[in-house]
Design a protein around this ligand. Structure first.
Ligand SMILES: [Zn+2]
Length: 498
């Protein structure tokens, strides 16, 4: 059976499902194709729909249920293999760090001792299928215990009565027989709580479903597996990275998991997000589709009630992957705020930050500190000069669409090669020059510089004349900020006695 990438929560589900299938049925049962699709062996798919008891001898060892009696036996006689696989995988998921409290883990341990599949399902249900869980209304508290097995069977694509009518599934596109129970045919945000759009965040952007849109039993049963593709981030939120290729998503999911386990839970979310992005870029470069690639990072609250998305449009990915300077500068700055403004192409915000940093440096750490806090929310200003340099590179890359670093280097060199005395006098005027530049008074800024040069009986160098010949206002600003910032470079680096 072939799967095509669709909405993010469906993609997450396919990733979770495919991981589970290859875990129990071997890597060969799942194939990740280069065109972004995914294929699962038909014989596995049909086995998954059959009651556990019926095919117990054909199941891989790790999927064979323990010998049981009573409700547990009823469960494996009626519920499909798919439901049993989901329970085992969800129990494993709950055992991962941060996903369940101590008391809950005790409960799991006890149930595992009893080896009762029904008891295990009830534990999973109490966590995920009731009011506070991600599948809030799938098997709600109102259902009597004797009906639970029947509901599980229906939800996980077991036997179900249908009527003589066929419709198309809006996720996989296949035609299916309409279930007799009409509620079963539709998905809404009560069944998959986190798939609804969050308040104030791109309304309807990632939620294209109306309750009247039909979903086939197969897709519905797979949707529950989305949970298993989520990786718990250090802030407690679940993370999922969505792209338009299952092959890529699988790699991203693996990386995400690795980073989450390597980095301790208390590590700041900023570092975490930056490293995720770093991995993402490393991987994305090995895929040929990247120039048309959209990557989204979903963050789902720990109670599954809301999700938000960070969206990286294709032209930004192209800039990131096409220019080493840009991605290196972003990595080095370790700031989610800067990254987000880069993604939004908010060059005004970045310019303001560059202005504040430059002002901070030329005033030897006195000016603009409050404002700087409000911009990057950091009290550690030790790295202001590194930050300033990286920001110059980033803005330059954005203005020149990936290039321009040579121009920037020329400006820096012009500042560095000035005679020391002239440099000192320029430094004294730098605050005024900076303000004139910020307010767009190009002539006044030029006058201040010319005057200083004249006082030293020195002719303006070509590089400086080039700065003022710059037609584009933004490029001019960037160059002059860089020039002024670099005049202070020596005193910054030699400032060890401070
Ligand atoms: Zn479907």
């Amino acid at each position: 059976m072939k799967f095509y990438p669709g909405p993010w929560f469906y993609n997450a589900a396919i990733i979770g499902f495919a991981n589970s299938v290859s875990k129990y049925f071997g890597n060969r049962s799942v194939e990740y194709l280069d065109d972004g699709t995914l294929e699962i062996e038909d014989k596995v798919m049909s086995l998954l729909r059959k009651p556990v008891w019926e095919v117990i001898d054909n199941l891989p060892k790790s999927l064979q249920p323990p010998s049981t009696s009573g409700k547990g036996q009823d469960f494996i006689e009626e519920a499909p293999v798919n439901a049993w696989m989901f329970i085992l995988e969800t129990i494993e998921f709950l055992k991962q760090p941060g996903n369940a409290g101590k008391n809950f883990l005790k409960k799991i341990k006890n149930a595992e001792k009893h080896r009762d599949p029904f008891e295990l399902f009830q534990i999973v249900r109490s966590r995920y299928f009731l009011k506070s869980g991600p599948f809030a209304n799938a098997i709600s508290a109102g259902n009597k215990e004797e009906n639970v097995i029947g509901l599980v069977t229906k939800l996980f694509c077991g036997k179900e009565e249908t009527i003589d009518e066929r419709v198309h599934c809006s996720l996989c596109g296949k035609e299916f027989n309409v279930p007799k129970d009409p509620d079963r045919m539709f998905m809404d945000n009560r069944i998959l709580k986190y798939a609804a759009s969050s308040k104030d965040k791109f309304p309807g952007f990632h939620w294209g479903f109306k309750p009247s849109i039909p979903i086939c039993p197969e897709c519905l049963s797979i949707l529950f597996y989305g949970l298993l593709a989520f990786v718990r981030g250090p802030t407690g939120k679940y993370l999922f990275i969505n792209a338009h290729s299952f092959k890529l998503m699988k790699e991203l999911h693996k990386e995400l998991k690795e980073i989450a386990t390597k980095r301790s839970v208390e590590s700041p979310s900023k570092v975490f997000i930056q490293s995720v992005l770093k991995q993402l870029f490393l991987i994305a470069t090995s895929f040929s589709l990247w120039s048309t690639l959209t990557i989204e990072m979903y963050q789902i609250t720990s109670d599954f009630s809301r999700s938000s998305v960070t969206y990286i449009p294709p032209h930004k990915i192209e800039q990131l992957l096409g220019s080493e300077e840009i991605s290196n500068a972003l990595m080095a700055m370790h700031s989610t705020e800067i990254f987000e403004h880069f993604i939004q192409n908010d060059i005004g915000w970045l310019f303001n930050l560059l202005y504040l940093l430059t002002k901070y440096i030329i005033s030897h750490g006195k000016g603009s500190i409050e404002e700087l806090y409000s911009y990057i929310g950091s009290k550690n200003m030790e790295h202001a000069s590194y930050l300033m340099n990286d920001l110059q590179v980033l803005i330059c890359g954005m203005l020149y669409n990936g290039g321009g670093q040579m121009d920037l280097w020329k400006v820096k060199k012009a500042a560095m090669s000035l005679p020391p005395k002239l440099k000192e006098d320029l430094a004294k005027l730098s605050y005024q020059i900076l303000e004139k530049t910020r307010t767009g008074s190009k002539d006044d800024a030029l006058y201040l510089i010319e005057r200083t040069f004249a006082a030293h009986k020195t002719i303006l160098t070509d590089e400086i004349i080039d700065i003022f010949d710059e037609k584009n206002d933004e490029t001019f600003k960037l160059k002059l900020y860089t020039f002024i910032g670099r005049i202070f470079e020596k005193s910054e680096k030699g400032g060890e006695e401070e």
